[in-house]
Design a protein around this ligand. Structure first.
Ligand SMILES: O=P(O)(O)OC[C@H]1O[C@](O)(COP(=O)(O)O)[C@@H](O)[C@@H]1O
Ligand SMILES: [Mg+2]
Ligand SMILES: [Mg+2]
Length: 337
């Protein structure tokens, strides 16, 4: 029976990959690893504990906050605040960024942006959900207060990003800019073990993920691409098959392993789409590009977008490069209509 390498061992081994290393990545990821285990424990018994349903409070996005959104937000925040490397966080569930104003954290060099619970609409129905994180080095002077500029950095500046998927098994998948690596949680020994080293997405695939319930509101380029996916043509493996879980992390993870494309486009009602640039699209885009996939707003790379607001939204296209190229051709051809 082979004993898999643990996440902790792998991080130590890969330490040299992380600029300014000095053990800071280990501390950052061990905080996330610990919080993921605690949230995983509660999710696994969600029906038995008072953790399902809404809190009755609306978050800054105008969405009903779910109890598990808030629980995960507190667990990750508290795990991060306890580590001196991190001087501040931004979260989907916090109106503004949070500055860890204590002596220990002030000297921290990193900020974390997170979506503590992704796929909130699936919490109560036992469908895979996730946590997404993005890590930057601060740009404001160390030992001083954190500023908005520390959070509004282009995605290319990320030093690490990843997600936890709470599904049939629980996995943590991350990158520090040296490939994408996946670790599966073994509850019997309480550790994340290396199960998917150097993940790369298949060049093409047969899966498209989009909420077709919004079809009539889609831009013409997206409508045309969907028709292309559904046409009969054996030579190009079409029609493709539609798979949409409604949890960005679960849809992305499946496509990463099998090949495919995920699209959450702009609509007439939501000209910037739904997904948030800083703690959903940037971290996924960093992982995607590291795994040989593309991630764009339908036209240009997500990682080159200069953020202007903490909770700004962007149209999001990501997936196998050949499928993305085709989708881009339709978006270009029907741009503006
Ligand atoms: O229900 P819709 O409009 O298809 O939206 C589903 C999308 O919204 C999200 O749930 C948004 O994320 P949160 O659950 O973190 O708010 C994504 O995970 C998912 O891909
Ligand atoms: Mg989300
Ligand atoms: Mg969320």
């Amino acid at each position: 029976m082979s004993i898999h390498k643990t996440l902790g061992e792998f991080i130590i081994e890969k330490q040299a990959d992380f600029p300014h290393a000095k053990g800071e990545l280990s501390a950052l990821l061990s905080a996330i690893k610990l919080a993921a285990k605690i949230v995983n424990r509660e999710i696994n018994k969600a029906g038995l504990v008072d953790i399902t349903g809404a809190t009755g409070v609306e978050n800054v996005q105008g969405e009903q906050q779910q109890k598990l959104d808030m629980y995960a937000n507190e667990i990750f925040k508290n795990a991060l605040i306890a580590r001196g490397e991190i001087c501040g966080i931004a979260s989907e569930e916090e109106d503004n960024y949070v500055f860890f104003d204590n002596k220990n954290s002030r000297s921290g060099n990193y900020v974390v942006l997170m979506d503590p619970l992704d796929g909130s609409s699936n919490i109560d129905v036992n469908v895979s959900v996730g946590t997404i994180f993005s890590i930057y080095r601060r740009v404001s002077p160390t030992n001083g207060p954190v500023g908005i500029e520390d959070f509004l950095q282009v995605g290319r500046k990320q030093v690490a990003a990843g997600y936890v998927i709470y599904g049939s098994s629980t996995m943590l998948v991350y990158t520090t800019g040296n490939g994408v690596h996946g670790f599966t949680y073994d509850p019997s020994i309480g550790v994340f073990c290396l199960s998917h080293e150097s993940l790369t997405i298949p060049k093409s695939g047969r899966i498209y993920s989009i909420n077709e319930g919004n079809y009539v509101k889609f831009p013409l380029g997206v409508k045309k691409y969907l028709k292309y996916c559904q046409e009969e043509d054996e030579s190009t493996n079409r029609p493709y098959t539609s798979r949409y879980i409604g949890s960005l992390i679960a849809d992305f993870h499946r496509n990463l392993l099998k090949g495919g494309i995920y699209i959450y486009p702009q609509t007439a009602q939501a000209p910037s789409g739904k997904l948030r640039l800083l703690y959903e699209c940037n971290p996924i885009a960093f992982l995607a590009e590291q795994a040989g996939a593309l991630a764009t707003d339908g036209f240009s790379p997500i990682l080159d977008i200069k953020p202007t607001e903490l909770h700004q939204r962007v149209p999001f296209f990501t997936g196998s490069p050949e499928m993305m190229d085709t989708a881009h051709q339709f978006m270009k051809e029907f741009e503006g209509s």
